[in-house]
Design a binder for this molecule. Structure first.
Ligand code: TYM
Length: 337
């Protein structure tokens, strides 16, 4: 069975995009949209698996649609969807839930971590949290996607999607290609406040730099980034904080400048103020056009919603065709035309 999409990847509407999200995922998607048939989107059903507020959920979903486009995803060059506007995802997820052993879902690391986190907040975790990776399998297999660009954090979920495809193909009908992860060279973007950890919103606001932060906020966060005391370690190694800043410079398209600093530091000159200045400038220059596009898209919010509705409707046609095959194979009656 041929793949309907070469590439598929989705993101949760979890608030403002960070440089970690951008360099780790979205920048890659922007590049891929011109090379392959791609589907990207926002998974609002997934965001409901932990406690959520309805008004915030809706707001964040549209904001993410705007932000992805401001970063360069173009609905003319890829299919860009909102998951819940294709409600067939939940139907396929139900069918998959019924053919997936409970133990496969229960052993997922992310389920164990997140359920613990929710419990630590005094809430009880939902059955949806357990079903999360099965819904993710439905997202991917629905479109018969060949490759799924994801960070290492999603590998286990992708493995489950492959296992579900295998069970379905064996037991019912050979419908689903097994998707493979696409590990492009995603740089590890570190927290400026604690460069021994990955930049992540869950650590708190001082640990992240937002793509759409004001330029002076970006510069301030870079300036206060943790480095080292400036004494050259005997072995010439750079501290994680300095490496983190150099990585940011590399990925912002300033690899030559980064190399210049590396050479200077190798000679023993360990002044970091000039590096921070250059990193701040590079990040602001990179994100300036995105902030501008975001403002324009926000001014035309209605048009963005209409367009997301239209492209999700196109995805829905593909979803309906897949489900017709699945219903036939599993003994459910065909939907009346
Ligand atoms: P989410 O919303 O946490 O993250 C979206 C994507 O960004 C990748 N990512 C990173 N990659 C490298 N370095 C980082 N620092 C970094 N931070 C985030 C994530 O690996 C992910 O690919 N469960 C998914 C959403 C999802 C999905 C899907 C993804 C639902 N259905 C189907 C792919 C296919 C998630 O929570 O991603």
């Amino acid at each position: 069975m041929p793949a309907t999409f070469d590439v598929l990847s989705l993101i949760q509407p979890s608030g403002d995009l960070t440089l970690g999200n951008y360099f780790g995922a979205v920048a890659n998607w922007v590049r891929l949209q011109d090379e392959q048939r791609c589907l990207f989107g926002i998974v609002d059903y997934h965001a409901m698996t932990v406690p959520f507020q309805p008004s915030k959920l809706r707001q964040r979903t549209w904001d993410m649609a705007i932000d992805l486009q401001a970063c360069g995803l173009d609905p003319e060059r890829c299919l860009l969807i909102v998951q819940s506007l294709v409600p067939e995802h939940t139907e396929l997820a139900w069918i998959f839930a019924c053919i997936t052993p409970y133990s496969w879902a229960a052993k997922m690391t992310q389920f164990k971590d997140k359920s613990r986190q929710v419990e630590a907040q005094g809430a009880s975790y939902s059955a949806g949290l357990l079903l999360y990776p099965i819904l993710q399998a439905a997202d991917i297999l629905m479109y018969k996607a060949a490759h799924v660009p994801v960070g290492g954090d999603q590998d286990q979920h992708l493995e489950l999607a492959r296992d579900v495809a295998r069970v379905f193909n064996r037991e019912y009908a050979d419908i689903f290609p097994e998707p493979t992860p696409l590990h492009t060279e995603a740089p590890k973007i570190l927290s400026p406040a604690d460069p021994t950890r990955k930049m992540s919103k869950s650590l708190g606001s001082k640990h992240v730099i937002g793509v759409f932060d004001d330029p002076d906020v970006i510069r301030r966060k870079v300036k206060s980034a943790v480095t080292d005391t400036g004494d050259a370690p005997a072995d010439g190694a750079l501290s994680p904080g300095v490496e983190g800043l150099l990585t940011l410079l590399d990925v912002s398209g300033c690899a030559d400048e980064a190399q210049g600093f590396r050479e200077e530091y190798a000679r023993g000159n360990r002044r970091y103020a000039p590096l921070k200045e250059v990193v701040g400038d590079a990040l602001v220059a990179l994100t300036d056009p995105m902030r501008e596009r975001r403002a324009a898209l926000r001014a035309g919010r209605k048009a963005v919603k209409r367009q997301m509705g239209e492209s999700s409707a196109r995805a829905r046609e593909i979803a309906r065709a897949t489900l017709a095959e699945v219903r036939e194979a599993t003994g459910l009656p065909p939907l009346p035309q």
